[in-house]
Design a protein around this ligand. Structure first.
Ligand SMILES: C[S@@+](CC[C@H](N)C(=O)[O-])C[C@H]1O[C@@H](n2cnc3c(N)ncnc32)[C@H](O)[C@@H]1O
Length: 308
């Protein structure tokens, strides 16, 4: 099946026609609902073994009085610090309190800060219709900025999806840069291919490789990549990290999407295997002498590390 011949795409609407539409000049083709490519929706349960946080019982005190944190239990438990370890509670006043209370508004503003054009919105619609969770607009903007920062000529992506993150990465890369993107679902990649074309990227800017990341990554060249973006199977983060360190040139960046798992990564109490694995990944990136780490609280958490 050649590019542009995807029956599902035809049935559910196509991205704004290419080859190179100017952002914002196309008509959005709304996707019909229906799952076309299988989303990564595996529910993994695990034995309840991990307790990370500390008492969350509300502290006593008069309304409006400074809030004190509950006494910490000895920790860290499970080797991962609780969120309170480096955060000192302090009183918030006036405008600062309002700003804190409106943090959600800040995130919404961050998502709207860099407008997404029609091909991106189309790819996002396809992702939602397929039950996938694409990167948030703000995360996409960070990825675009990061790929520009490292002047990326070669980027590897795990988890093509329908191409939302791919468009952002390509937008920040050098004009001759090539995105190598891996996904177990070729149908998803077909949507991404169409979205890239509609966004104005020549076909030779992206190399689509269908397959499991851990089968494909070992075939990619050592030190040949400026950035590796990981958004595939969240239980495989540590393996992706090991492969990324091999693939990256010194000064290259590895980024992991979704490491906060909707807050569960730093919550106390039992968590599914996926979250336990994410905690291990966060810890490993933070402790690795090979990386300069940062956890960017954008979208569902973007964990980044620069290879020394
Ligand atoms: C969250 S979606 C990716 C979204 C995409 N990065 C975006 O922002 O548009 C995760 C994707 O990873 C793919 N996936 C899941 N397990 C994988 C694996 N082991 N190897 C490669 N891809 C995988 C799924 O098929 C799915 O398309």
């Amino acid at each position: 099946m050649g590019p542009g011949k995807v029956p599902e795409a035809a049935a559910r609407g196509r991205p704004p026609a290419g080859p190179a539409p100017a952002p914002g000049t196309n008509t959005l083709v709304t996707a019909a609902p229906g799952v076309v490519c299988a989303g990564r929706r595996a529910v993994v349960t695990a034995s309840a073994t991990t307790v990370m946080g500390r008492s969350s019982s509300p502290s006593a005190g008069a309304p409006g009085a400074p809030r004190s944190l509950p006494s910490p239990t000895p920790g860290p438990i499970c080797g991962f610090p609780a969120p309170t370890d480096t955060v000192t509670a302090r009183q918030l006043w006036g405008q600062e309190r309002a700003i804190t209370g409106n943090r959600q508004t800040g995130w919404t503003f961050a998502d709207a800060f860099v407008a997404e054009d029609e091909p991106l919105l189309w790819a996002r619609d396809q992702a939602h219709a397929a039950g996938l969770r694409p990167v948030s607009p703000a995360t996409g903007a960070v990825l675009r900025m990061l790929s520009a920062t490292v002047d990326a000529k070669a980027v590897a992506e795990i988890g093509t999806g329908t191409g939302v993150s791919g468009i952002h990465l390509l937008s920040g890369m050098r004009p001759d840069g090539v995105l190598t993107t891996v996904d177990t679902e070729p149908e998803c990649q077909q949507f991404a291919r169409e979205a890239f074309r509609a966004a104005g990227f020549a076909a030779n800017r992206a190399r689509f490789i269908p397959g499991r990341a851990l089968d494909v990554l070992p075939r990619l060249a050592d030190g040949g990549y400026d950035l590796v973006f990981c958004d595939g199977d969240r239980t495989e983060g540590l393996e992706y990290l090991a492969e990324s360190l091999r693939l990256l040139r010194p000064g290259g960046l590895v980024c992991f999407e979704g490491v906060l798992a909707d807050g569960r990564t730093v919550e106390s109490g039992p968590q599914p295997v996926e979250v336990v694995r994410l905690r291990e990944l966060v810890r490993e990136v933070r402790e690795s002498p090979a990386l300069i780490p940062s956890l960017v609280p954008v979208g569902d958490g973007l964990l980044c590390g620069v290879k020394r």
